[in-house]
Design a protein around this ligand. Structure first.
Ligand SMILES: Cc1ncc(COP(=O)(O)O)c(C=O)c1O
Length: 318
């Protein structure tokens, strides 16, 4: 089981209730609507530490907040700051916390009424916090199973909106996978096509062709998915075919890999106890992983617009 958990720290700065404060000073009532009913939306953003430059490179910051805004609209969560303001608040938190290591940023907007009753009325709250985060999963080869839990359908709980409540579906599938000795779970849609992994999109390579399930397969429309499709097309000359994928195409694939902010680019070497391709990371995943990290760490001028740099002060001057 290779997935790690990364703990938050009370001494760190965060944003909550319209101001910057220490995590330990945040108060939440157990009656908070989102805690009772899963009526929140969130994002996961990575900032990569660039040792040479002494900067944190925040990856796809604006894209994450654009998706966040759309998720909020779906759940009628009112978001006071604009996308630009959300970006600025995030950069300020990073400057204050000044981590000199890879860091994860978690914006969370939710229904904050402290009363009992399920609906989408009532007020909203926004919190943003950071935790240090290295590799979430092993990047050399995951062993996955196809889950017996189906992905929540778009007209049940939309996967397109990154809702906190949807992650019960994820947790059930991950728990089942772990109990059976796998690293992660792959969801099928209600109709039986491949959807995505627990918290990552999925790609296959078959006969030199790159394939990923379409946005109608109850997936989160991943920002890393878009980034990988861009790299594959521009740098490898491999456009991606977005089409329905049958379960056994996974077994027949030459390569399978997962993409996500947390997962990064993680090859899958075994599915349902069957080796994928050679049973080791394939050449397409390896090349994409290398290119992705180069762009994400801010070391590739052609992809400079993927990241925003934050100068991090030395510890002594904090
Ligand atoms: C269910 C799910 N699918 C896909 C992804 C990948 O999305 P992204 O690349 O935007 O991080 C995530 C990541 O958080 C996820 O939770």
């Amino acid at each position: 089981m290779s997935r790690k958990a990364f703990a938050a720290n009370d001494a760190q700065w965060c944003y909550h209730g319209g101001e910057l404060l220490k995590m330990g000073d945040v108060r939440l009532s157990p009656a908070t609507h989102a805690l009772n009913y899963g009526t929140g939306v969130f994002e996961g953003i990575r900032a990569y530490w660039n040792e040479g430059k002494g900067t944190l490179q925040v990856l796809k910051l604006r894209e994450h907040y654009e998706r966040f805004e759309k998720s909020c609209r779906m759940l009628r969560v009112e978001l006071a700051p604009t996308v630009d303001e959300l970006c600025d608040i995030t950069l300020e938190i990073l400057k204050r916390n000044a981590p000199r290591e890879d860091t994860y940023i978690r914006p969370l907007a939710y229904k904050s009424a402290e009363s009992v009753g399920v609906n989408l009325r009532g007020g909203s709250e926004l919190s943003i916090f950071t935790v240090p985060m290295g590799n979430y999963v092993e990047l050399t080869g995951l062993k996955c199973c196809v889950s017996s839990w189906r992905r929540t359908a778009d007209n049940a709980i939309p996967a397109r909106a990154k809702c906190t409540g949807s992650y019960v579906n994820t947790a059930l599938a991950v728990d089942q996978a772990y109990q059976a000795g796998y690293d992660d779970a792959i969801f099928l849609t209600q109709g039986g096509f491949v959807s995505e992994a627990s918290a990552a999109n999925i790609f296959l390579v078959r006969k030199g062709e790159l394939i990923t399930p379409p946005v109608t397969a109850d997936i989160l429309e991943g920002i890393t998915r878009d980034a990988v499709m861009e790299l594959a097309e521009k740098e490898l000359g491999m456009p991606t075919d977005k089409r329905d994928v049958g379960r056994t195409e996974l077994y027949a694939a030459d390569e399978v890999f997962l993409t996500g902010t947390g997962f990064q680019i993680a090859p899958v070497v075994e599915i349902d106890d069957r080796s994928i391709g050679t049973g080791e990371m394939g050449p397409v995943a390896a090349r994409l992983q290398e290119l992705y990290f180069k762009a994400a760490r801010g070391d590739w001028p052609e992809y400079a617009d993927w990241t925003v740099a934050v100068e991090v002060a030395q510890k002594a001057s904090r």
